[in-house]
Design a protein around this ligand. Sequence first.
Ligand SMILES: NC(=O)c1ccc[n+]([C@@H]2O[C@H](COP(=O)([O-])OP(=O)(O)OC[C@H]3O[C@@H](n4cnc5c(N)ncnc54)[C@H](OP(=O)(O)O)[C@@H]3O)[C@@H](O)[C@H]2O)c1
Length: 196
Amino acid sequence: MHVLLTGATGHIGSTILVSLLTQHPHITHITTITRRPFTPPSLPPPPPPTTHTSHTPPTHTNIVLDTFTSWPPHILSQIAHADAMIWAMGNSTPDPEVNFNYPRVFIESFLPLLAPKPNNKKFQFMYLSGALASPSQTAPLYFMPAARRVKGRFETFALEFAARNDGVWSSWVLRPGGVYKEGSWMEWTYLHMTFK
Ligand SMILES: NC(=O)c1ccc[n+]([C@@H]2O[C@H](COP(=O)([O-])OP(=O)(O)OC[C@H]3O[C@@H](n4cnc5c(N)ncnc54)[C@H](OP(=O)(O)O)[C@@H]3O)[C@@H](O)[C@H]2O)c1
């Protein structure tokens, strides 16, 4: 299975990349797509081989894309046979460019490459949204309204896109809450305040 990943330089995306590289035997190749060159995170030592765990680690390539507003043919040709995309790029601002247009342009550019696959396998598009995203564009929101609406607007777009292209495309919306780094103030708050 060939998996695409955006946001691999970020907090969540870099952890996803380590997981893809180490924990999923059915993944054969990972292509990260970033706006700048980066060094992949160092990997934990592999577990001792057993009959259940021994597998060939996936290969990894990175593509640097100057702008996510267009996917040139020479880039698309490198990823045309991918099976899935994990879209972990974004931020918690209302910026419609990074939080709506960039993933929209990707799915509209990638769709024409897809032909129906054996066993009706569909392209799997996984969008990392946020726990507070609001698909409703009119419901009153008192906390970060514009940022929550732009993520909700893209969720709706991605799900409707899958419904329109049902034979070849599946969209998944993932809504994490707070994701903290080990040793960060968020971890301290979670460990010391949540359960007391
Ligand atoms: N962290 C959380 O607690 C949390 C919780 C729920 C949802 N989320 C959502 O999950 C997504 C990732 O969060 P994160 O914490 O991993 O964020 P992050 O550490 O700030 O990483 C953001 C990623 O998006 C890329 N990016 C941002 N703006 C870009 C642009 N204009 N063009 C190209 N790439 C761009 C960054 O690339 P560069 O490295 O090049 O800047 C980076 O790879 C966001 O949409 C966020 O809202 C996060």
